[in-house]
Structure formats: C-alpha cells, structure tokens
Design a protein around this ligand. Structure first.
Ligand code: NDP
Length: 510
C-alpha cells in the first residue's frame, strides 16, 4: 500500500479541499463535521466455535477430522473453524443427495416443493438481520449492502422460484420438464448467500437435490443456511453443504453421481471445470469473470451517471463479476465528468463494514488485496495516471482506497484484466462506433452499461454489445425474474428468470 500513497496531484482542486469536512459556507471557514460511528450490533449472530459439514440433514465432521479457520477480513480475527471436507465427504454428500432425489424430493409434486421454498424465503426474511451481520463479518462487505441487497435478493430468489415449482408445464409449454438429478454447485466469496440462492432455488424448484461448496473464505452464511433448511423441515439430503478447498469442488465436478455442475468464479477455474466434465453427459453452466464497459455519451444526465459509475465499480469493493470497471467517456465531456467523479470519490466512506455509514468495506482476503495492489502498481508502471481520494484506512484488516485511473490505454493490464477491486480505468471515445469497438475489445462479455438521453441509441448500442446483460442509465441492478450470464470467456448458461430454470431440467416430449 505504501507505493500507492494518496495522489491528489491530478485533480484540479486538491482532494484535501474536497472532503465533506471542509465544505464551508463561502466565507473561507470550514464546517468541521463527520459522520458519527453507527455500528451495527453483532450480538444477533451466535458464532459456534466449530462448524461441521451438512450432509443428509446432519451436522457431521470431515472424514479425516480436518478443519480450517475463517477470518473477518476487516479485523483479521478468526471467526470460527469449519470442517475441511475431503473427496470421501464429497462422495457421502452426493450419495445423500441421490437418495433424497430418488426417494423424496424428485417425486414430490411441484406444489409441495413450492411450500418448502416459500418457507425458506420466509425464514430468510425473518432472520435477515442475522444473515446480513454474519455475511458482513465473514466477507468484509458493508452492512448496508448485505442488509439492503444481498439478503433481500436472496429471499426474493426463493420467493420467485417457489412460484415456478408447480408451473413447470407453463414454463415449457408442450414439453414435460424433468429434474436432472443431483446438482454440484460451486460458488465464490463475493456474494456468498446471494450466489447460494441463485443456485439452490431454481435447482430445488425443478426437483433436483444439491451439494453446494461455498468459497473457503466465506463459508458461514452457507452453514447458517443449513440451519434454515432444518428449520424449514426440508427432507434430509435435499441440500448438502460441503466446506473445503478447491479439490473438494473438483471431486464433486468429476463425481459420477453428479448430473449437473453449476459454477460461479474465475475464468481460470471455470476452464478447469469444463475440462472436468468434458466427455460426460453432465449439464454445465459457468458464470465467470468480466471486464464491463460503462459507456457515457455526451447527452447523458451526468450527475445520475456519476452515481451509476460509483455504484458500478465501488459497490461491494468492486468485487463483482459484472462491475463496470472500464469507464468509456465521450471525449467532449471527459474533463467535466472526471472532475465530478473525483468530487464524488472524496465523499465515499471506507472502513468498518459493520458501520451503517460505510460505503466501501474490507477486501475479502489478503490474497485478493495483494492481487489488487499488484495490478494497480502495474497501472502506474505502464503510464496510467492514478487518483485516490484522501481517506484514512483502518490499521488492521484488508482495505484499499477507491481508485481511479485516467490516461489508460487499451493495452494496459488494468484495462484488460479483471481486477476484482475498487479500481476504475477511464478511457475515452469520439463516436458510437469507437465506443462499441472498445467496449467489445475484451475476452469477457458479462455486462455493459450505456448512459444517454436517447432511447434509440440505447437500443442500438445494446444490440451491438457482446455482453449478456446491458444496463441503460443504471448499473448493477439485479432481479430474480431477469436472466444473467455471459458471452465469450464470461461463461455460458443463464441464471435467473425462466432461463435459470431451464438449466435444471431435461425437457421431454409429452
Ligand atoms: P476461484 O474461481 O478460485 O473460486 C471460486 C470457487 O471455486 C470457490 O468456491 C473455490 O474454492 C472453488 N475452486 C477453486 N479451485 C477449484 C477447483 N480446482 N475445482 C473446483 N472448484 C474450485 O476464485 P478465487 O477465489 O481464487 O478468486 C480469484 C480471482 O477470480 C479473483 O481475483 C477474481 O478476479 C475472480 N473471481 C471472479 C468471480 C466471478 O464471479 N466472476 C468470483 C470470484 C473470483 P476455494 O474458495 O476453496 O478456493
């Protein structure tokens, strides 16, 4: 971090003059005010010292008794120890899921499955504060995002797919939708509970059973979800949770008892998983990395666009696969927009994720912080101009300042590689054709954003984007009814909406 010391030289007004605490009434005197701390109480969460695996409805230790610790990335304290599953445990979990699929869940009428999903949705809502606090502690995300985005959206996915469970015949008219069987689901650490719900809700609605492996740095909300399954009286084995390293994920992927693999994570691991299922008849969906372009035209409502840009890249510390990490600005407004953006950056509050005022929390792990730091250093070395607002970072924990790069060339690593951190690269364009060319000049194709006053331009640009999701005059909006997924190295298959259901059924003629 030392090499990344605050750089305010590139701004027209020094950042020290921009902070809210120095905004005055015009007579030269600053009004000294700051937000008072507003910490969320953590006593709603009861942490166990040790957590087991959730197999066949029971809490069981790993077959070799192994465990690993999970940290709070904001304090570096160990929150709990969780069981470290082995390939033998993967086998146990797949067998439990198979038994449940053939004996209970797969034969249950859709309207009965729906009742369980509604029950899970309701319990998630009832226990929402507990989930939000736990998620914030284990992942580093700000409590206001866990509270207002992750948990409500997770519940919304269960509500939504509960509605489909007895209507599969309407989703696929003229066909009979049969469950695939046992689904192995591997999820990342950026939206642990939300990714769990994206995967488990449609799978269960369609009559499949699941074995889910959460990321090693964020296992706790999945284990709390196991508790929700028990509370909802879900038949044993319908949902199984295996905490453990990547090898356990691969043991699931290659297990002959698995019918469907769903993965969200890095493109590198996605490729390995694709190789792991090659030559089998397993169904596969991959939701991988991204390097989204957020394109601002000269007729865009600028203040609104600023909020969209900030939400696009600093939401969840930028640890978002569809983050708007490449800002493409029309040249004629670039200077004005960058000035406004720097002003806005000065008001972003970085710090304790459990403080309700915090905008940017902790980076998920030391390894991720090192990756961000290395990529930002490469941006400086390759000649881009760095800007970071003046803000104090907590002494402990994994924190990184919101970062803005101007003078970025398309060849720079910061313009090509997924940083997965609060780092925005600004590029400019003159014509819509140039914007399209630059936006699509990436190996990825997950999302894009378009800011303009003209409806016809939105439609034309959206059609020309090689991206699975295109937002217009907004960014990072999610809804369970809307499909989400990528092109190119961002993966294939869709999650969400009816498309998400399609990934979990085999369609047969009547
Ligand atoms: P990974 O792709 O390694 O992790 C995602 C999930 O896959 C985790 O549950 C992980 O387990 C598991 N996994 C790891 N190796 C294997 C394997 N060989 N077989 C099966 N499953 C495996 O992401 P990282 O956490 O390592 O992050 C690396 C980079 O990936 C980030 O810097 C970011 O750029 C990108 N990323 C992208 C995401 C996206 O949604 N597009 C999400 C997360 C990361 P475990 O945690 O135990 O290693």
């Amino acid at each position: 971090m030392a090499a990344m010391a605050t750089d305010t030289t590139s701004s027209i007004v020094p950042a020290s003059d921009r902070s809210p605490s120095s905004w005055g009434l015009g007579d030269g005197r600053a009004i000294p005010w700051e937000y008072a701390p507003a910490p969320e109480a953590r006593d709603i969460v009861t942490l166990k010292e040790r957590y087991g695996l959730f197999i066949g409805g029971r809490d069981v230790p790993a077959s070799d008794g192994g465990t690993f610790g999970t940290l709070n990335p904001a304090t570096e304290e160990t929150l709990a120890h969780v069981a470290r599953a082995t390939p033998a445990d993967a086998d146990r979990a797949v067998r439990a899921a198979r038994r449940a699929q053939t004996r209970s869940w797969g034969t249950l009428p859709g309207r009965e499955r729906a009742k369980y999903l509604f029950r899970i949705a309701r319990i998630l809502q009832e226990r929402s504060r507990e989930f939000a606090v736990l998620e914030s502690m284990d992942s580093g995300k700000p409590i206001k995002e866990a509270r207002d985005v992750d948990v409500p959206l997770a519940a919304a996915h269960f509500w939504y797919y509960a509605g489909w469970a007895d209507k599969l015949g309407y989703a696929f008219p003229g066909r009979v939708a049969r469950p695939l069987g046992v689904a192995a689901q591997i999820i990342p650490w950026n939206f642990p509970l939300l990714m769990l719900s994206w995967k488990i809700a449609p799978a269960l609605a369609a009559g499949n059973t699941v074995v889910l492996k959460p990321a090693s740095t964020t296992p706790l909300s999945a284990l709390l979800f196991a508790d929700v399954c028990r509370q909802a009286d879900l038949p044993p084995g319908v949902v199984n949770i295996l905490t453990g390293p990547g090898e356990v994920g691969m043991a699931l992927v290659t297990h002959p008892g698995v019918d469907k693999v769903a993965f969200t994570g890095s493109t590198e691991i996605g490729k390995r998983i694709a190789k792991g299922v090659a030559g089998t008849d397993k169904a596969l969906t991959l939701e991988l990395g991204g390097k989204a372009a957020n394109i601002v035209f000269d007729d865009a409502p600028l203040d609104q666009a600023i909020e969209g840009i900030v939400n696009g890249i600093y939401f969840n510390q930028g640890e978002v696969c569809c983050a708007g990490s490449r800002l493409l600005v029309q040249e004629s407004i670039a200077e004005t927009l960058i000035d406004k953006l720097k002003d806005r950056l000065a008001t972003i509050r970085v710090g304790d994720p459990l403080d309700k005022n915090t905008d940017v929390g902790a980076i998920n792990s030391r390894a991720q912080l090192d990756k961000i730091t290395e990529l930002v250093a490469s941006g400086v070395a390759e000649g881009a101009e760095l800007y970071q607002p003046a803000c104090d970072l907590p002494e402990r924990g994994f924190f990184f300042r919101p970062t803005l790069f101007t003078n970025v060339a398309q060849s720079h690593r910061i313009a090509r590689e997924e940083i997965f951190g609060p780092v925005l690269s600004v590029l400019t364009f003159r014509t819509p054709d140039e914007a399209v060319e630059k936006a699509n000049n990436t190996i990825y194709g997950l999302s894009a954003g378009i800011w303009t006053d003209k409806g016809s331009r939105i439609l034309e640009m959206a059609q020309r984007m090689r991206a699975g999701v295109v937002w217009a005059n907004t960014f990072n909006r999610f809804d369970p009814t809307s499909p989400f997924g990528g092109y190119k190295e961002s993966g294939f298959g869709r999650e969400g909406g009816m498309h998400g259901l399609h990934a979990y059924v085999r369609l047969e003629d009547r």
